[in-house]
Design a protein around this ligand. Sequence first.
Ligand SMILES: [Zn+2]
Length: 368
Amino acid sequence: MTTRREFLGTTTGALAGLAFVGCDLLAAAPVRAQTRRREVVVSGRRVKTVDVHAHCAVAEAMALVGMTLGAPAPPTRPELSMVTHVSERLRAMDEQGIDVEALSINPYWYKTERDLARQICQIQNSKLGEACAAHPDRFVAFATVALQYPDLAAEQLEDGVKKYGLRGAGIGGSVNGEEISDPKFDPFWAKAEQLGVLVFIHPQGSGVASEIPKRLKGNGLLGNIIGNPLETTIALSHLIFDGTLDKFPGLKICGAHGGGYLPSYAARSDLGCSTQPTQCPGGPHGPIKKKPTEYLKQMYYDTMVFTPEGLRHLAAEVGVSRLMIGTDFPYPWTKTAVDHVLGTPGLSDADRVAILGGNAVKLLGIKT
Ligand SMILES: [Zn+2]
């Protein structure tokens, strides 16, 4: 079974002392993955496929805030209750034709005080580095940073990249109710730009869903299915309209879940200020320098839009060179991220190679 999940409570003996789960990457695999790896080939050429949206967690760091990996988790962080052995994870990757995962950890430490936040991220980044070193052909990772302390976050990003070989940072779409475009976060953006690394922005259940909880209650998981992409939509819009992308033009930003709703309704962003200019006095860095949709074309996105038509439209709005596959492992949203790209009409073979892995290989410095 590739999707089997165990709760730590029932497997305490087997997993006790393990540092890494959600990924559990450092555990010795009891049985090596038996599945033959699906090798993705496009026009006769083997493609190294890269999944930029894959979650994990580090139990040792979670313990510092009293959380137990595998125990019932907050509704906003269900992946923390999912424990998948590394052999299962590799098997799932093999079956789905994913060669490399770029691992990220969803922030749960944005409300902790400075020293604790420093410690949590230090442990996580060190373990992520170890895990990637243990499986160098299968995993790269994004550093975790204490973004509520932007100067510390900048330091942690630099350490993560230089000391632990991490390939960028994973951050939330907001920080304790503050927009990531707030100038207070500039030290972090400046460092990300200086290092030239990718910043993967993933919504947090504590973002939009906690700001408008009443509207998102009820049947249908609205806090997730609407709240999460909405959080990304808002975050990316602020980076555009508040001038963050003008101030740091070299930033490499990747929006999760296809950038949320933003690329679906991009033209409206261009018309707002011309329709009601008084509502556009300029952000903290002054008026923006380009048409909003031009900024969309300088960011990156995963392909988690599920349908060929969704992917066709996303590519038309932002460009093929901006797209990378995403699975959201261990959430079972999709097992067909590769086939989604292969089966989308209108893409050339070169487009498919770029989306499946070419773009990510370049951005994340993955060896081919
Ligand atoms: Zn996710």
